[in-house]
Ligand binder design. Structure first.
Ligand code: SF4
Length: 458
């Protein structure tokens, strides 16, 4: 594909330790678009590519991609001109291209495929609000994105403008948070919150900011990646009025870290917004230690902390992107110790059926003996750590004395396995366990007292 140098290729500001940055070269299709328009996020949004004919002007489509783009009922396609400039025009296996251009294979069903693999709808007390974890909620504020990822976990709702959340949905979500004092953290997601009209987003943030028990607001957004032009000074000023506000972006491959994205990130970081990155482990895109190493190091240089690396969900359309879990473990093995700890994300499997994120990692504990634990490091060096000889006992009552009153209410925490580790409970039993093991001895149970058969975890 011909790439025409434009005025946009001028030198731009640099980040420390780096060469001066340039603008991403534009395909010939947009060579004559004045910079003023190109850098206007509204122009980018209204000139997104979504049809076979439009995309064909930028890349040579394969038969598989033509099949994907022509498929009935496919997940929405839209690509901003800026992001389309990153597509590998001559390589159908290009890592950016794979993320946004549909293929026929995404319509193929696979074993365990689900529409709502994280059971978000089952954890939703009001439309768009997911309360899965004890102290935090996910607030889906829009179904719209700047561009659409082929592996999207929420493809069941995302992209459909007729399924968008209304003002009354937002009010119901906020009301739920207001009435649920254990919620101290809200994550705004969607869809993409930064695609919303600025005034609407500001009103939402303002209402949330006024809730006394809400300690932090987080936003999950791929807008800086798909549409860095949207990160205007005005938007950043508005966001920075709602501290503590955290922002997680979503970059999967180092090629997505362009000069434009770097400048957008610098603006956000300069405004005091802590930045994290969530990426998805995608076959053919970033499923190698080398790609991940370059990605996390580039993120850290841009003041973005790699936060999660997700195992690809069992969601419709994502089958061909999935890798064995062993690939994620291999990647963490190659990162941990080999680069800064700050640069190593937590690799998680988001449990199908709604179990939440489960961290998975290489095993560094090799064995345990009396008062001794045998560990290995990232190089394979094996050592022992000697534990205290005296019996370990913790005085929780005393430790609690110096905490804020809220944290001292131990009952706000769901205990789970940590309840077993702390000795507060003895077992957690699967549903129906007691019935199976009574095996018709109900009368005997009655006589001995029910206690023996009760779930200790209740
Ligand atoms: S930006 Fe996020 S919500 Fe939007 S399509 Fe991509 S993964 Fe889905």
């Amino acid at each position: 594909m011909e790439v025409t140098p434009t005025a946009g290729q001028r030198q731009a500001e640099s980040i420390p330790g780096d060469q001066p940055l340039e603008m991403t070269p534009r395909p010939a299709l947009w060579a004559d678009v004045p910079d003023e328009k190109w850098n206007d996020w509204r122009w980018q949004m209204s000139n997104r590519l979504n049809s076979l004919e439009e995309l064909q002007q930028v890349i040579d489509l394969t038969d598989d991609e033509i099949e994907g783009l022509s498929a009935e009922g496919k997940f929405r396609v839209d690509v901003t001109p800026y992001f389309a400039s990153l597509l590998e025009a001559d390589d159908p296996r290009g890592p950016v291209r794979l993320q946004v251009i549909p293929k026929g294979s995404e319509m193929v069903a696979f074993d365990s495929m689900m529409a709502d693999s994280l059971s978000e709808d089952a954890h939703s007390p009001v439309p768009g609000l997911v309360h899965r974890y004890p102290d935090r909620v996910l607030m889906l504020v829009t179904t719209q994105c700047a561009s659409y990822c082929r592996y999207c976990t929420r493809s069941r709702v995302v992209g459909d403008p007729s399924a968008n959340y209304s003002r009354s949905d937002h009010e119901a979500q906020i009301e739920y948070i207001r009435n649920t004092p254990q919620v101290r953290d809200v994550l705004l997601s969607g869809g993409d919150p930064l695609i919303m009209p600025e005034r609407m987003l500001e009103n939402l943030l303002s209402s949330l900011h006024e809730i006394p028990h809400l300690e932090i607001i987080r936003i999950g957004s791929r807008v800086p990646v798909f549409l860095p032009q949207r990160i205007t000074d005005e938007l950043v000023d508005m966001l920075s009025r709602f501290h503590p506000l955290w922002l997680n972006i979503h970059v999967n491959h180092p090629r997505e870290i362009t000069p434009e994205l770097s400048r957008a990130l610098a603006k956000l970081a300069d405004a005091g917004i802590p930045l994290g990155n969530q990426s998805v482990l995608l076959r053919g895109v970033n499923d190698s230690p080398e790609v991940q190493m370059e990605l996390v190091q580039k993120l850290v240089r841009n003041r973005v902390r790699p936060y999660y690396l997700y195992q690809c969900d069992l969601v419709q359309g994502a089958g061909h992107f999935r890798t064995p879990v062993a690939v994620g473990i291999e990647i963490i093995e190659a990162l941990r110790g080999h680069t800064s700890g700050y640069a190593v994300p937590t690799y998680v499997v988001d449990a199908p059926g709604g179990g939440g994120k489960i961290p998975v990692m290489p095993n560094y504990v090799i064995s345990e003996g009396a008062n001794r634990v045998v560990l290995r490091n990232y190089e394979g060096f094996i050592t022992t750590y000697s534990e205290p000889d005296e019996a370990y006992q913790r005085d929780d009552e005393h430790l609690r004395k110096y905490l804020e009153p809220k944290a001292a209410q131990e009952n706000i925490v769901q205990k789970g396995v940590s309840g077993l580790a702390s000795g507060k409970h003895m077992t957690i039993k699967p549903e129906g366990f007691d019935d199976v093991h009574r095996r018709g001895r109900e009368a005997e149970v009655e006589k001995r007292g029910k206690r023996n058969f009760e779930d200790d975890y209740n």
